[in-house]
Ligand binder design. Sequence first.
Ligand code: UD1
Ligand code: MG
Length: 474
Amino acid sequence: MAHVIIMPRMNTPASSHPQGLAVIILAAGEGKRMKSRLPKVLQPLAGRPLLAHVIETARSLSPRRILVVYGHGGEQVRCAFPPDGLGWVLQAQRLGTGHAVQQAVPQVPDDEIVLVLYGDVPLLAAATLERLIRAVGSGGLAVLTMVPADPNGYGRIVRDAAGSVVRNVEQKDAAPQELAIRECNTGVLAAPARRLKEWLAQLRNDNAQGEYYLTDVIGLAAAHGAVVTAVEIADPIDAQGVNDKIQLAAVEAVWRRRAAERLMADGVTVADPARIDVRGRVTHGTDVFIDVNVVLEGTVTLGDRVRIGPGCLIRDCVIGDDTEIFPFCVLDGARIGASAHIGPFARLRPTATLADGVHIGNFVEVKNSSLGEASKANHLSYVGDAEIGARVNIGAGTIIANYDGANKHRTVIRDDAHTGSNSVLVAPITVGEGATIAAGSTVTAEVPAGKLTIARARQTTIDGWSRPVKRTKT
Ligand code: UD1
Ligand code: MG
């Protein structure tokens, strides 16, 4: 199958920065408006923390170092990420964005370029940031700007008569004519470390919020004669910060739409791009069809001509060519071969391994089991801890009882065996090749190959029996 890898975002290939890049991510915010015990930067977007998205984008730029400034919920935030390749800088007191960057810059060598990102601004594309870094040129300051429909709340970019950027003014400090400026600051900027350190050292907090504003470095750079370049982003949504659940949902909706558009651009037929959630990496072949309300999580690989019915959750699965997933299945950590039929209403749990042509039908649960080629479990069954051969038929209502109340045991069912309806196989047990288990049997000992095994009370009929008759009241 011709695979196309759909990444969570479209990143340009990482470029190398001759000067070396240091990314500082501000993540000390408390996020009061989230009204949650979970720190803001750990709130999930597409199933992963906001900060994870920002770190991933930062990594794609191949920086020499990534420093995360953390504060509120500190340990919880740190513990959410593997320690490798990240530097953590504690901002014990939240004295402003400038103060936050001041905490991190001592760890950056003077000859590197610093890029400042925000842990709660997850949609920025690597290509945009590459453009910003290039705009630093030889020693200037590059600021990422936007022209949003509603500039309320953002810092405004003040230019002189010649059109050069002279400073940023925060909304709360702005004069009425400055509030009319449409060009806004995204907060993201890049500058050579040596110069940024000089400018940061001059920050003051005599402003409306009593904070050390990072954005004041714009005015300081301009005053020192440095070139300040405004790099405007095409779509202001890319710079959307997430402060509450409404903004979180807005960003999620953008993510969802873009992921669906990437799938469609790569040839997948998506029944309704507004009703598919891609929360991970999807690799797929050609002529795949995905119906409405499907959620794809983790790493999902779909072969050619795979069809996924409505309402399915598919997490970390590999699905072979020509396999059809019927509606309302929950598939988690399964490997499914080619030309299989799954569902409707099937549940596959981690390490379920299904060979080509397997059929798993309605209300069947498969856990930690393998089914060989063309084996079928079509109705109302539990298949747990079992190794099942080829062409086996698991009859309706078969239960593989793998748990004795303390330990789990394995069951082996060899090729061409049939289990009757409503049979219970008490593990550990082996069912021989071509064996048949009669309907309603509870088998607890080995079932021999090629024979019929019955383990149920024999049917008897009582002659001359008469039904009790209701006593008449006296
Ligand atoms: C900031 C910019 C503003 C810009 C806007 C874009 C400043 C002074 N202003 O304003 O020009 O238009 O972003 O959204 O920078 N943080 C810390 N430590 C602190 C303070 C903040 O880590 O001491 C983090 C926050 O968690 C947040 C980010 O920095 O992720 C931005 O801080 P916030 O207070 O939201 O700044 P804004 O007022 O939005
Ligand atoms: Mg903000």
